[in-house]
Design a binder for this molecule. Structure first.
Ligand code: URP
Ligand code: ZN
Ligand code: ZN
Length: 460
């Protein structure tokens, strides 16, 4: 199978030029002007942008969480991702406290194997670091190609580890060339505030927000960065939301520490005023919560200054019936919101088209930096000879609206209902196959494959 993409404007993290791209099998084999090569399929990309497929390194598919499961599985989630221009996702395996990492790995691969449309990899969340877990770290990095270890500083009793476990894990991961990532919020402070609000009869979604003030995140981010500095392990903050945490990361980077930061599309575009909509605010109950306008300003600045390297989603959808589990108690609302399909188009429309970021920065934060930081570059994350042909063909001028009626995610509401966007992903190519062609799916379930990742080496 071969595909020739003609006359597109090719955008990578560092280049912007017009040329043809020839794909043979799963890889890109030629790039040049007026390529005269016979192909099975020719795509006319004149007037369109040709960019690397998106990589979303923070999604939760089919995840057991807060008494239920996230509503997108590997089939629906990766297909929705392809519709929106994301070709690879990294999901989180969650260790069960008292059980091994390998047991969790088996459970997750059982759910993913043969079911994905798009490519995927895993982070492994270490929720119980002990002598037995310690022995498994090297196997995950060196044999399985799972090189990033997620930690939680919150969700006590289910996922949270203490600082002693954290430094133990960091030292072990450092020894074998991996990276430690973190949900950085102070779980004890949050649990105190949740209990206080509940005892005062304050039970609406607004109190989810008021139980996680900015200081709970900036304190944990700073503490995590200090522990990582002390151990020398490469470190990564997931779903960073606020000015205080950005400042903590900036301080760490100034001492030449390898600490990276991810924000998510919702923290750039939505704010905490949504929690004033009574129970409808449950649509945006996530942890950390949405913040304020001043935080959005800081995050856009952090992206342009290179302090924040990645814009992900933390896609963790729940249907409305699931959100209703917390109707009378905000602490029982399953945390998370849907965005896996919307990230690329939202960031283009609100970021590039509104002049907040350049096209090259767009590719950097939606694709290239994820590939570099998580050990997939240059196989993924760029358009270059020999790279996987993971490519999107994007119309920068097409206008459309987001809606639960038309999206492909398995969730019955949209966090962005009725938003009018400019810029649409028209075609998505995954490893040489036209996966989604103007809304039509042209691959089968199971085409998506697990991507073994390299050890962290590239500094971005
Ligand atoms: O609210 C969120 N973020 N749900 C998913 C789990 C997590 O903390 O990332
Ligand atoms: Zn989290
Ligand atoms: Zn998450």
């Amino acid at each position: 199978m071969s595909i020739l993409i003609k006359n597109g404007r090719i955008i990578t993290a560092s280049a912007d030029y017009t040329a043809d791209v020839f794909i043979e099998g799963e890889r890109i084999s030629h790039i040049g002007e007026n390529l005269n090569i016979k192909a099975d399929e020719v795509i006319d990309a004149a007037g369109k942008l040709v960019m690397p497929g998106g990589i979303d390194p923070h999604v939760h598919l089919d995840m057991p969480f807060m008494g239920t499961f996230s509503s997108d599985n590997y089939e629906t989630g990766t297909l929705a991702a392809l519709h929106g221009g994301t070709t690879t996702v990294i999901d989180f395996i969650l260790q069960k406290q008292g059980k091994s990492l390998k047991a969790a790995y088996d459970e997750w691969t059982g759910r993913a194997n043969g079911n994905a449309y798009g490519d995927y990899s895993f982070h492994i969340a270490v929720t119980d670091f002990n002598n037995e877990t310690q022995k498994e770290i090297s196997y995950f990095i060196n044999e399985l190609g799972i090189t990033s270890f997620k930690t939680f500083m919150a969700y006590k009793g289910a996922l949270m580890i203490d600082d002693r476990q954290m430094v133990g894990l960091m030292n072990e991961v450092k020894k074998h060339g991996g990276m430690v990532t973190v949900h950085a919020t102070n779980g004890d402070m949050i649990d105190y505030l949740v209990a206080k609000h509940k005892s005062e009869g304050k039970l609406s979604p607004l109190y989810h927000y008021l139980s996680q003030p900015e200081i709970t995140e900036s304190e944990a981010t700073s503490r995590f960065a200090d522990m990582a500095f002390n151990t020398g392990v490469p470190a990564y903050i997931v779903h960073m939301t606020c000015e205080g945490s950005l400042n903590a990361v900036r301080r760490a980077q100034l001492r030449n520490q390898k600490v990276y930061a991810e924000t998510c599309i919702q923290y750039l575009l939505l704010d905490a005023s949504l929690y004033e909509k009574d129970f409808e605010g449950a649509k945006w109950v996530m942890s950390p919560p949405l913040r304020e306008k001043k935080d959005q300003t800081s995050l856009w600045g952090g992206i342009n200054q290179g302090i924040v390297q990645i814009v992900a989603t933390d896609h963790c959808p729940f249907n409305w019936e699931q959100k209703l589990m917390g109707k009378d108690d905000f602490s029982k609302i399953p945390n998370g919101h849907p965005a896996i399909e919307n990230r690329m188009e939202l960031l283009f429309s609100e970021g590039v088209n509104k002049g907040k970021i350049s096209l090259n920065k767009y590719v950097e934060v939606t694709s290239t930096n994820s590939a570099k930081i998580f050990g997939m570059f240059p196989r993924k994350g760029t358009i270059g000879i020999g790279a996987d042909a993971d490519i999107i063909i994007f119309n920068p001028n097409e206008e459309h609206a987001l809606s639960a009626k038309s999206h492909h995610m398995n969730v019955d509401y949209s966090g962005y209902e009725g938003w009018k966007l400019k810029g649409k992903c028209k075609q998505t190519i995954l490893r040489g196959k036209l996966a989604v062609d103007n809304g039509k799916v042209r691959i089968d379930k199971g085409y998506g494959k697990f991507i073994k990742r390299e050890k962290h080496k590239e500094v971005v």
